[in-house]
Design a protein around this ligand. Structure first.
Ligand code: HSE
Length: 429
């Protein structure tokens, strides 16, 4: 009879309830791969009665006290799927200190306390895996850590928040309002319990912190990510992007410049011909530019019970194999590099501007002067009639540094009658 590997599951929510299902569906295959029978023996839940169905169906015990899992010597792996910081952080820390391996999909926790938890796991010679924390069902962390280990990644661009991608798709293709699109995303279950983190780009920033650690070996903090969400995108910007041949997407970017990186989350104009522009609704994608492979894109479901639970179970299988081979205690991603953030004068991109100004003699010259004095040149420029006596000028710039763009915005905002309606990055390779 195969050796048994017992799991303590924390949380039986959307992803948590998918884990026993995946383990059961692929029982035979998992047993062949690991040489073990993996089973959940206890699940920690807040409301035992509500979850009794799962416990009965999958034959595990429901507990409401974490110590019952922590002090159970037969449980070797703790799977944390509660989310957010506390009590998840305390539970994971105690489990690692107690010599238990941990699997989690908690991006908030890993982005903020990941390096501490990784050190704790190392110190206690146990495993910590978290494939489900970024882009749900897409095996992107393992791909970067293993399959691209022999490559040098230069740029990572991600559509890593399904809620905002769903909203933008609906606003663009179905002409839905921001509020209706958000309501639908909530009803469909993609959004966080409080969707602020989705629409303000924070959820995407957490995922970019984790992706940057894997791609570049650098431990950045969320404060080092420049974040702009989708709240201020206007219907005019959406239409203008379409007319100019672009789709607006919320993009997380992490780019290497010599020995430093710049990490940002912001709405970006993506040319309609680029693969990232084809990623619709709640789907996620991670587009990587690397020296060896060139450009590659990893696409799939970024959330949901089955896709994320599949990633979680793949981590459980990895740990089971490590136990079998006596190779536990190594980092999920062993690549380390000194953390350095690129200065704004070395971060380059093309930009879209929508500027309102008085529709009178000499204003265009004034506008051109502001861009020229900052060394920013125009790639495209279009004038529209705006309200009252105003004109709306749409500009796509050639590539310029973040410093130059900040100076342009400052000058425009301090010129009488001028108003910057919006300003977004434009994707260009
Ligand atoms: N709220 C997240 C999203 C769920 O919309 O992508 C997965 O992290």
């Amino acid at each position: 009879m195969a050796e048994k590997l017992k799991i303590g599951l924390l949380g039986l929510g959307t992803v948590g309830s998918g884990v026993p299902l995946i383990l059961e569906e692929h029982k035979e295959k998992i047993s062949q791969i690991t040489g073990m029978d993996i089973e959940i023996s206890k699940a920690l839940v807040r409301n035992e009665e509500r979850m009794a169905y799962h416990a009965g169906r999958f034959n595990f015990e429901l507990v409401d006290d974490f110590d019952e899992i922590l002090n159970d010597d037969e449980i070797q792996i703790v799977v944390e799927l509660i989310g957010k910081i506390e009590p998840a952080k305390s539970y994971i820390s105690k489990a690692l200190e107690n010599g238990k391996h941990v699997v989690t999909a908690n991006k908030d926790l890993l982005a903020q306390y990941g390096s501490k938890l990784v050190s704790l796991a190392q110190g206690n010679h146990v495993d910590l895996y978290f494939e489900g924390s970024v882009a749900g069902g897409i095996p992107i962390l393992r791909t970067i850590a293993n399959s691209l280990a022999a490559d040098s990644i230069q740029k990572v661009y991600g559509i890593v928040n399904g809620t905002t991608n769903y909203m933008l798709t609906q606003m663009i293709s179905e002409s839905k309002s921001y509020d209706d699109a958000l309501k639908e995303a909530q009803e469909l279950g993609f959004a966080e319990s409080d969707p602020t983190n989705d629409v303000d780009g924070i959820d995407a920033a957490y995922k970019m912190v984790i992706l940057s650690q894997f791609a570049f070996g650098m431990n950045i903090t969320v404060d080092q990510v420049e974040i702009k969400g989708i709240r201020d995108i206007s219907v005019d910007d959406v239409k203008m992007a379409q007319n100019l041949g672009y789709e607006i997407k919320l993009i997380g970017s992490s780019e290497l410049c010599d020995d430093s990186i710049s990490v940002e989350v912001s709405p970006m104009f993506i040319p309609k011909t680029h693969p990232l522009a084809t990623v619709r609704n709640e789907s996620n994608a991670v587009y990587i530019n690397s020296q060896g492979v060139g450009n590659s894109m990893y696409y799939g479901p970024g959330a949901g019970a089955k896709p994320t639970a599949t990633s979680v179970v793949s981590d459980i299988i990895t740990i089971a194999k490590n136990i079998k081979m006596g190779t536990v205690g190594h980092r999920f991603n062993a690549f380390k590099f000194q953390t350095k953030i690129t200065k704004d004068n070395s971060v380059f991109s093309k930009y879209y501007f929508s500027v309102e100004l008085p529709d009178v003699y000499g204003q265009m010259l004034q506008l051109a002067k502001i861009f020229t004095e900052s060394g920013v040149s125009f790639e495209q420029i279009v004038q529209h009639k705006s309200e009252k006596e105003n004109a709306r000028i749409i500009i796509i710039t050639h590539s310029a540094s973040k410093c130059q763009i900040k100076r342009v915005v400052y000058e425009l905002s301090n010129t009488d009658g001028f108003k910057v309606l919006s300003q977004y990055k434009v994707f260009g390779e």
